[in-house]
Write a new protein. Structure first.
Length: 133
């Protein structure tokens, strides 16, 4: 499945409708966590990669009983600067933001990023086998 949306905060509402059919066989808590992780990453793309510029975000996802894979791409001018370690933000320093990447890494089993040809590319994987046993 593929979804292409404008890189605006308003358009991010479409992520839930896109992800829900893919994750409908999961328990509601797991489903919510996955949708939250994808939403948080896309919020970061709007806020940081595009930083006020116009553009689009493309999501491609597939899911079976064993694995959910989500690829997210954008052409924002700003690249993600990977940290050596993903730690929870200090709740006193970041009361309203700074949680996105941490949430993504906590929810997903694999998070990969690369910048190639002026494009940011994220690959998220959630292993579902243990969730069904």
């Amino acid at each position: 499945m593929t979804l292409t949306i404008p890189a605006t905060f308003q358009a991010l509402e479409k992520i839930t409708d896109f992800m829900t059919p893919l994750t409908s066989h999961l328990n509601p808590d797991t489903q919510s966590e996955i949708v939250l992780a994808v939403h948080e990453l896309c919020m970061n793309i709007v806020q940081h990669a595009y930083a006020g510029d116009s553009g689009v975000i493309e999501l491609q996802a597939k899911c079976d009983r064993q694995r959910l894979e989500v690829a997210i791409r954008d052409h924002g001018r700003n690249a993600y600067v990977a940290l050596d370690e993903i730690k929870p933000p200090n709740i006193h320093d970041y009361p309203e933001s700074g949680w996105g990447i941490y949430i993504v890494h906590q929810v997903m089993d694999s998070v990969e990023y690369q910048r190639s040809g002026g494009q940011n590319q994220w690959y998220l994987v959630k292993n579902l086998v243990e969730l069904h046993t």
